[in-house]
Structures are given as structure tokens and as C-alpha cells.
Design a binder for this molecule. Structure first.
Ligand SMILES: Nc1ncnc2c1ncn2[C@@H]1O[C@H](COP(=O)(O)OP(=O)(O)OP(=O)(O)O)[C@@H](O)[C@H]1O
Ligand SMILES: [Mg+2]
Length: 242
């Protein structure tokens, strides 16, 4: 479904050059829950931004459904972007919209009628178990609830690929488990490919089918992962050996 061949990316300023990704080759298959793991600053978000078509690599090839991304016309690229949804590292709900309006927003931007978008938004809100909060504003929600709403909003456009950047990094253990279970359910129920960034090996072990371990912009390990049905954050202390 997605393939990178010898992809590199660096960030240059006047005096320095930061090599964020070096020679990355990988394949992500349809139906994967693909985990990208590694310590802070190793290039996880940069890789996710490239895979989600928000950023172009400096060199190498990126194939999105067998098509070379750098040779796509703007309209073809937009069509691909429309098949994806992204949940950002810092939750980004709009504080002046109600929960239901927040979830319906991506459909509004696509010109869907009010009746239709509110209907779909309600279904998603029900899926994440927060229908009773539809008229509340984001400020009234806990971190876990905000993240559920972010998931509902990402799903409302019926994406084929869902990207998540550290969806549980600011949550406690019980809420993290809750969100991971919802992501698992999303994968089963909506049959979508999921690409997830985390620095918590325990989260990756709990839900991912395949994993990429990054170290200073390079691949340290890539392959299938033995799932553990126990969610044990103690793994995080020894994630390098996992
Ligand atoms: N827009 C940018 N401009 C300049 N440097 C950047 C930019 N984005 C990332 N970098 C640098 O590239 C490197 C990789 O950053 P990236 O955000 O991909 O890391 P990360 O693994 O996601 O880290 P974290 O776990 O802290 O989110 C870092 O050294 C970072 O400072
Ligand atoms: Mg990051």
C-alpha cells in the first residue's frame, strides 16, 4: 500500500543541517497496524508526515498505492490525501465549537450538507461512547475524552488510512489502555490501515502488527511483532531489547 525506497530528509538552517531521516526503506501493507517507535527526536513525526503526504522527502522514492508521489498532479495528490486522516501529537479540537460541531467539521470543509454531517458525526460520537457530550465544549473534557473525540473526528470522513502521532503520550495508564482498545476496535470495525507513532513500546506491543524502531534517523529494526495482550508500561524501560 505504501512503500519508501531509500528516503532521506534533512532540515537546514543557516549554520546547521539536521539529518532527520537517513536511507529509510520500508513497506506498509493494507490492514497493517504499523508502529513507529523510538526515543524523542529520532525522526518519528518526520516519517509520519512524509507517509501522510504532508511533507516531501529530499531524496528517495515514495510509492502511495503503487504511484510515485513526486510525479503526481496536485489533484491526484489531493484525492489521496482525502483517503487519509491524521491525529496530531497535540490534540487540536476547536474550543469555540461544540463536540458534535468539532466532529462534523471535516465534512463541512468538504461541502457536505448540515443534516448529513451531523448524522454522521453522531454515529461516530456513539462509536467512541460519548454521545451524551455532543453539546458540550472541549474545555469540559478530560484528556482521554478529547482523544476519543479526535478519533471520532478522524473517522467521520471514512478514511482508508489513519495516522496517529503519539495518541496516548499525555494520558495515564488506564486511559491509555482505553484509547488503545478503541484504536483496535477501529481497525477491526472499519477495516482501515493504521500507522501509529509512539515512544511507548508497551503500546506498540499491545496493538501493532508490524513495527519500525528508529534510532537517530535510521532503521534499527523492522518487522512483525509478537503481540502481548497484557498492557505493561514496564516494557517501556527496556524497549530497546523488545
Ligand atoms: N520543521 C523542522 N525544522 C527543523 N528541524 C526539524 C523540523 N522538524 C523536525 N526537526 C528536527 O528533526 C529531528 C527529528 O524530529 P521529529 O519531530 O521527527 O522527532 P520525533 O521522533 O517525532 O520526536 P518526539 O518524540 O520528541 O516527537 C529533530 O532533531 C528535530 O529537531
Ligand atoms: Mg514527534
Amino acid at each position: 500500500m505504501l512503500e519508501l525506497i531509500q528516503v532521506s530528509k534533512s532540515f537546514k538552517s543557516k549554520f546547521t543541517k539536521q539529518n532527520a531521516l537517513i536511507d529509510i526503506s520500508l513497506k506498509i501493507h493494507e490492514g497493517d497496524i504499523f508502529g513507529i517507535v523510538g526515543k524523542s527526536g529520532v525522526g518519528k513525526s518526520t516519517l509520519l508526515n512524509i507517509l501522510s503526504l504532508q511533507m516531501l522527502p529530499d531524496s528517495g522514492t515514495f510509492l502511495f498505492k503503487n504511484q510515485k508521489v513526486d510525479s503526481l498532479k496536485k489533484i491526484q495528490k489531493q484525492k489521496m490525501i482525502d483517503e487519509t486522516s491524521f491525529i496530531f501529537q497535540d490534540f487540536s479540537l476547536l474550543y469555540n465549537l461544540t463536540i458534535l460541531e468539532n466532529i462534523a467539521l471535516p465534512l463541512k470543509l468538504r461541502g457536505i450538507s448540515k443534516e448529513e454531517r451531523l448524522k454522521k458525526a453522531k454515529l461516530m460520537l456513539e462509536f467512541v461512547g460519548l454521545l451524551d457530550k455532543q453539546d458540550a465544549y472541549p474545555i469540559k473534557l478530560s484528556g482521554g475524552e478529547v482523544q476519543r473525540i479526535s478519533i471520532a473526528r478522524a473517522l467521520v470522513t471514512e478514511p482508508k488510512i489513519l495516522y496517529l502521532d503519539e495518541p496516548t503520550s499525555s494520558l495515564d495508564e488506564a486511559t491509555t489502555l482505553d484509547i488503545l482498545n478503541i484504536i483496535k476496535e477501529v481497525h477491526q470495525k472499519f477495516n482501515i490501515t493504521i500507522i501509529l507513532v509512539s515512544h511507548q513500546m508497551s503500546a506498540i506491543k499491545y496493538i501493532c502488527t508490524r513495527v519500525l524502531l528508529l534510532e537517530q534517523g535510521k532503521i534499527k529494526r523492522l518487522g512483525p511483532i509478537q503481540n502481548s495482550n497484557d498492557f505493561k508500561p514496564t516494557y517501556d524501560l527496556l524497549w530497546e531489547e523488545a
